[in-house]
Design a binder for this molecule. Structure first.
Ligand code: SAM
Ligand code: SF4
Length: 335
């Protein structure tokens, strides 16, 4: 029999201690790379986990060794009971973090402080208000930018997530890095990933290599440094000497970080995904509602995780759109 608090280990020996919970499929932005133009079919409200169900499932994961929970979405903060959920999850012995588009983070400052949430990831894909409106299909650039400045001043650890798309914002790489000169932020450039309906193709990809080429061309080799990462980091970390912040690249397409993956994802409708690219999901919500144990489903789902990107271990397999067709868009999975 497995002992309580045993870490969820897959067949490749990877221990899963990091749970990402999507609070909602809804969002106040419509980012083109995340959502299909005609939106997504939302799950009926009765299929979305309630506050109590989120807590019950999270508690089960904590009993199985999870030590970090990140709230995501959709936009987690548009959920009406987001503050109560944060407060409840903060009673668990975990590091609580959040990924948000930043539009309404100013309304949650006190909640974050009360819940001990220090690490906040905020998405911002362009430093140009017009381009930002194009990519998000909404006009909130100034609000998000000001909120990032405000949170940084308040001492939160801010990571700015920037999805790079060739010909759209790859001319802003150096401008983003320059933000770290005076601010203790981390800019994280994310390689554009394919999901159902997001019109991905390889030509739109700005790779880790493309990014580093620009960095080498702009900065003196002696001022550019590779920084050590944490053991389960998805990102390769870099810095410019003398700058207060750092930057990083999440190269899920050209440099997958699956070897050290410790993540498991719970969608807003209570489905467990053992990989961001997994095309299958395990239903935790129905058995929970029927008063059944979910422990063995969690173990089986982690146990069946594939070694690399749900079996897409080569770039050729990854480029095959059929392999992604059945994977819901990022807004439904929770990034
Ligand atoms: N709404 C929140 C936000 O935008 O930060 C949280 C959810 S969003 C799905 C989480 C992260 O996924 C964001 O940083 C977003 O930029 C990223 N993302 C969404 N679609 C993506 C894609 N196709 N490729 C790479 N990153 C993507
Ligand atoms: Fe909304 Fe975040 Fe997706 Fe943009 S990336 S549409 S903000 S969930």
């Amino acid at each position: 029999m497995k002992k309580e608090n045993s870490i969820l280990t897959d067949s490749f020996g990877r221990e899963h201690n990091y749970l990402r919970i999507s609070l909602t499929e809804r969002c106040n932005l419509r980012c083109t790379y995340c959502m299909p133009a005609d939106g997504i079919a939302l799950s009926p409200k009765s299929h979305i986990m309630t506050y109590e169900e989120i807590y019950a499932i999270a508690k089960e994961f904590v009993a199985k060794g999870v030590t970090k929970i990140r709230l995501t979405g959709g936009e987690p903060l548009v959920r009406k009971d987001a503050a109560s959920i944060m407060e409840k999850l903060a009673t668990l012995p975990v590091e609580l973090a959040i990924t948000t588009n930043g539009v309404i983070v100013d309304k949650f400052m006190e909640t974050f402080k009360k819940c001990g949430i220090k690490a906040i990831n905020i998405s911002l894909d362009s430093l140009d208000a017009i381009k930002n409106k194009t990519i998000t299909r909404r006009d909130y650039f100034t609000k998000v930018y000001d909120n990032i400045e405000m949170l940084a001043k308040e001492g939160f650890q801010i990571k700015v997530n920037c999805v790079l798309i060739k010909g759209f914002n790859d001319d802003e790489i150096i401008d983003f890095i320059e933000l770290t000169k005076e601010r203790p932020l981390q800019i994280r450039f994310i390689e554009f990933m394919p999901f159902d309906g997001n019109k991905w193709n390889m030509d739109k990809l700005v790779s880790l290599e493309d990014i580093l080429k620009q960095v080498y061309a702009h900065y003196d080799a002696s001022s550019f440094v590779r920084l050590d990462g944490k053991p389960n980091d998805t990102a390769k970390n870099y810095g410019i000497k003398g700058y207060k912040g750092t930057f990083a690249v999440i190269g899920s397409v050209t440099n997958p970080f699956c070897d050290s993956c410790n993540r498991i994802r719970l969608t807003a409708n209570g489905q467990l995904k053992n990989c961001l690219f997994s095309t299958s999901e395990s239903d935790l919500l129905t058995p929970l509602r029927n008063g059944k144990s979910i422990a063995s489903i969690i173990e089986k789902t982690v146990g069946s995780k594939q070694k690399i990107r749900n079996g897409m271990d080569t770039i050729e397999k990854f480029k095959n759109s059929d392999a992604h067709g059945k994977n819901r868009s990022m807004i439904a999975i929770g990034g």
